[in-house]
Design a protein around this ligand. Structure first.
Ligand SMILES: [Zn+2]
Ligand SMILES: [Zn+2]
Length: 210
């Protein structure tokens, strides 16, 4: 499909760069309701990967696989809804018109006297990258190679004290293989659907751009 042809071009870009604009995967502990950004098998002040899953650092609850996958699915669906809501925004910063209306005039902003161009606020490319980012978090190979997009910049107040050792990461990746593979499949399912939609929405987007 259309997605496969995009991938080879993109493999030369690091995840840090490719996912620069992707938002973190926010999970919530079902026991204490603490929210935290999940960044794969990496050091965090909010969670730790243990041999039996993802453990909340606040209350020590270890999330069951279904507690992880159902949240991943919910987050993905929220992103897809946002995309399908079809918000378009005016590129003229002095106008800032944001609307769901895709007018018969296509790209032209309908605010009185504005010469701005309307484009999708949440583009198909952004949604696609966002899904790839979620998928990368559960990619055992990327976890083992420690090439995931970092959760924190150095100097962030939430930055963990020290990174996990390479041997810890290797062991945890293998111990959590079923959880990570199931979660990755959840993302993959939506990514395939999104790939088909990308083709459809892409043609509408082209219309908006020309
Ligand atoms: Zn908790
Ligand atoms: Zn405008």
């Amino acid at each position: 499909n259309g997605m496969d042809t995009l991938q080879p071009l993109e493999t030369t870009i690091s995840d840090k760069e490719r996912f620069r604009d992707s938002v973190p995967l926010e999970l919530s502990c079902p026991n204490c309701i603490t929210k935290f950004a999940f960044g794969g098998i990496v050091a965090s002040r909010y969670y730790r990967c243990v041999y039996s899953g993802i453990q909340c650092s606040n209350c020590d609850h270890i999330m069951t696989p279904i507690q992880v996958t159902s949240q991943v699915e919910r987050v993905i669906r929220a992103h897809i809804s946002l995309y399908y809501a079809g918000w378009v925004t005016c590129d003229d910063t002095t106008c800032g018109n944001v609307t769901r209306q895709i007018s018969v005039y296509g790209k032209r902003c309908l605010m009185d006297g504005c010469t701005g161009i309307m484009s999708y606020k949440y583009s198909d490319k952004q949604l696609y990258n966002q899904m790839l980012y979620f998928q990368s978090l559960f990619d055992l190979q990327k976890n083992k190679l420690q090439t995931l997009k970092p959760l924190y910049h150095s100097g962030d107040k939430n930055e963990p004290e020290k990174p996990l050792s390479n041997s810890e990461v290797q062991a945890l990746a293998e111990q959590n293989r079923p959880l990570f593979e199931t979660s990755k499949q959840v993302v993959q399912k939506y990514l395939s659907d999104c790939g088909r939609a990308y083709v459809d929405m892409g043609s509408i987007f082209d219309f908006m751009q020309t």
